[in-house]
Design a protein around this ligand. Sequence first.
Ligand code: OOG
Ligand code: NI
Length: 267
Amino acid sequence: MHSNVNELFENLWQNYLEVTPSAKRVHQLLGSSQQADIINDHIALRTFNLEKIGLEKLAAHFKAVGYEECGEYHFEAKKLYAKHFEHPDRNQPKVFISELLLEQCSEQLQQIVGELVAQIPDEAVTADNFLYSGTHWSVDHASYEKLLAESEYAAWMAAWGFRANHFTVSVNALENFETLEQVNQALKDGGFLLNTSGGEIKGSKEVLLEQSSTLADLITLQFSDGPATIPSCFYEFARRYEVAPGILYTGFVAASADKIFESTNAR
Ligand code: OOG
Ligand code: NI
């Protein structure tokens, strides 16, 4: 496991860029005319709730660099459970980790996922690079399609594995934008497609958090039986409101997160 938080995030970022070429353009669009670097509000990772690779196994890598558990979230319809983590250094991104609750899924899904996960060497899970190690298997089209029919989340995991599923621009820290509406407009003017599930803006000032996101990039993946172009990763934008003077809300909003997950849906 990493012991340096910046090193961990630098690796996660480079790995994310490999399958999310649009992220560079997002930075150019929003950050090119500001002095400071773009600040990331949070990142998110996904997994399955199997003992070998469950949420806690991913969390251990963040705890090793100082992160602490801060909140939990339930997504009944999507059969997901999540926790978020924060670092004592407020400038470090928050971390949102979710897991698919396999016992609530079909036997077929459990069997496909079980076969993929069985191919992960035990030692890979604690290795420095686990959080950006991608897949430890190769999956065929038919299995991907079967997963997709039941759980978009499961299909995404089978295709992309362990990596940051998105980074999130802190709108509060942008110098040239005040509102999320302004950011969304700049993105649309720049040709980006936004996730419109639940509206372009999820959340509100009342729940202390507004979020929007791009639709995931479309990337050609080599399946075991040939290539196909599928959604990879996306970029999110978050504006937080104060809970007290000078203190921003740091949690997540389950109803909004439920829609953000859909940024990787097929289109
Ligand atoms: C995570 C979706 C939730 C948020 O900020 O509410 C989320 C995911 O798509 O894996 O990122
Ligand atoms: Ni997010």
